[in-house]
Design a protein around this ligand. Structure first.
Ligand code: HEM
Length: 179
């Protein structure tokens, strides 16, 4: 997992819960990096999972809800870092249905070792989209947060429903309806 995902996560935790929570979360975890991350480095996903688990225990907020808020925050990082990529799109459904074949393809050119999910478009109309998310990392709620902010970015609104295809969340169906 790319370092920027860790550095932005730690900043958000500090913002929302304070530096003490960051320290507690890191010292509760057994991290090869010792909790020292650089934006351009690459770290094990198991470190992110440990940080999320301890933050969840310490705050009483579920991992899914933590990932949702983190995804919403991460959209701002994307807006600031890749404005050109976003400017390619005029419509949220067009953008979200192009993650697999365009957006993450570009991400992989920048970070060849990025660990990205797979999105398969099942059904697409002008104002609806059904997509299957697949990833061993089960970060579907991070994706949901990014999707929420994608609609906001285009001054649009949608109802997004998530259905687990696999109980462990490694395969999830997203049903998106513009309203
Ligand atoms: C992961 C970039 C749009 C879904 C990532 C990562 C980067 C990235 C850098 C981390 C890779 C790693 O840690 O190795 C971008 C950029 C985007 C974009 C630049 C737009 C210009 C989206 C959108 C979604 C999405 C709109 C909506 C669903 C995800 C998910 C992950 C991810 C769910 C977590 C990894 C996983 O689940 O396996 N993306 N992304 N991305 N991205 Fe994107």
């Amino acid at each position: 997992m790319k370092g920027i995902v860790f550095t932005e996560f730690l900043e958000l935790v500090e913002d929302k819960f304070g530096l003490e929570m960051v320290d507690r979360m890191i010292s509760n975890s057994d991290l090869e990096s010792k909790g020292i991350y650089t934006a351009v480095g690459t770290y094990s996903f198991s470190e992110m999972l440990q940080l999320l688990q301890h933050l969840s225990i310490n705050t009483g907020i579920s991992i899914d809800n933590l990932l949702l808020v983190y995804g919403e925050h991460f959209f701002k990082v994307i807006e600031d870092s890749y404005p050109g990529l976003l400017a390619t799109y005029k419509d949220p459904i067009e953008m979200i249905s192009s993650i697999e074949n365009h957006i993450h393809v570009e991400v992989r050119k920048i970070y060849p070792d990025a660990e990205l999910p797979t999105f398969v478009v099942v059904q697409k109309t002008e104002d609806s989209l059904i997509m299957i998310y697949k990833s061993s990392r089960a970060m579907h709620h991070f994706g949901l947060g990014l999707m929420n902010k994608t609609f906001e970015h285009f001054n649009s609104k949608a109802i997004i429903t998530l259905e687990k295809v696999k109980e462990d969340g490694t395969e999830v169906r997203f049903i998106i309806n513009k309203n």
